[in-house]
Ligand binder design. Structure first.
Ligand code: NAP
Length: 300
């Protein structure tokens, strides 16, 4: 049986069954510097994770009664919320509980927003950031732009065509493995080096046609982008095919509107802090496409 070293800091990773959190846990799993604790809001999953030898705890962000037990002994917290306006109450209550539990450092997964932006879901994340700062705990704010993995999820490639919902505007993007590498490094090394810092992750900026050229090369077939409008995204998200909380869905449409009309033109820019944190260059879109070739075209 492995002996637990109680002198090492405990890192609690929220959302460890989701796409970002899962990669962070992987990034930290062979780490000798910290002890990783994962959470789930399903008891059977907590049990299954424990069977696999993980320090797993039950935590439901909608139920503050579950916070104290999950936070006991935690030194560093990775705060991730899902695609919902409930993130406001979830984060407020969890930050309060973290303070009471003696958490030293919060690393928050936010958005790539200018301070005065008016898009709702960006504003929610910014309110959470300010609340973290006001808590007095050490903090690090992460600002990833559009995940490259969205090209696999919302409107995946089909018959050589994929969709972008901001016309021919450029979107800045980042590969999830880079987000996880940045978060993992900060959680491993802690607040001495990283407290009070903001890190921006928009490592490449492409419009649909530019992305299509790269995808055509990697997948060795003609790929085209279907330039859609923000309202098309609204129709898709409200169709019921993709389970999305309505407030977040509306905010996503507003995001695309503001990218198109220029209020959020900066979304199409590059600002790459990945190497400053990890020491390694970020992933190009071409490299990402190569690594995800099978997921882009499942039958290839
Ligand atoms: N997509 C983008 O381009 C983009 C860009 C920048 C920032 N973001 C931000 O990224 C965040 C989402 O990250 P993601 O893509 O990794 O999300 P995700 O894949 O949807 O995963 C969400 C995670 O949160 C957990 N969760 C949801 N509700 C919970 C609750 N009530 N209690 C406990 N756990 C709960 C889920 O657990 P279950 O397994 O139980 O569901 C899951 O592990 C959002 O805050 C979003 O604003 C996204």
């Amino acid at each position: 049986m492995t002996k637990i070293d109680k002198t090492k800091p405990i890192v609690l990773v929220l959302g460890s069954t989701g796409q970002v959190g899962k990669l962070i846990v992987e990034a930290l799993s062979y780490d000798k510097e910290v002890r990783v604790r994962v959470t789930s809001r399903r008891s059977e999953q907590v049990e299954a994770l424990r069977q696999r030898g993980q320090d797993a705890v039950y935590l439901d962000l909608d139920d503050p009664h579950t916070f104290a037990g999950a936070l006991a002994g935690v030194d560093r917290l990775f705060l991730l919320t899902g695609y919902t306006v409930a993130m406001l109450v979830q984060s407020k209550t969890l930050i309060d509980a973290a303070k009471k539990a003696g958490v030293q450092h919060i690393v928050h997964l936010g958005i790539f927003g200018e301070w005065d932006c008016t898009d709702p879901h960006f504003a929610w994340h910014q309110m959470i950031e300010r609340y973290i700062v006001a808590s007095g705990m050490a903090w690090t704010h992460l600002h990833p732009n559009y995940f490259m993995e969205n090209l696999l999820g919302i409107a995946p490639l089909k018959d050589g065509v994929f969709s972008m919902f901001c016309g021919d505007r450029r979107l800045g993007m980042v590969a999830l493995k880079d987000v996880a590498a940045v978060a993992g490094t900060i959680l491993r090394e802690g607040s001495t080096k990283f407290a009070g810092k903001d890190y921006w992750m928009s490592t490449v900026a492409l419009n649909g046609a530019e992305a299509a050229v790269i995808l055509s090369k990697v997948l060795q077939q003609e790929i085209h982008c279907d330039y859609k409008q923000p309202e098309d995204l609204g129709d898709l998200l409200m169709s019921g095919d993709i389970p999305v909380e309505p407030n977040y869905a509306e905010a996503s449409v507003e995001f695309m509107r503001q990218v198109m009309d220029g209020r959020m033109g900066y979304i199409g820019s590059v600002r790459d802090d990945v190497q400053f944190v990890t020491g390694k260059p970020s992933t190009s879109f071409e490299q990402w496409a190569i690594e995800n070739r099978d997921r882009l075209i499942p039958n290839k």
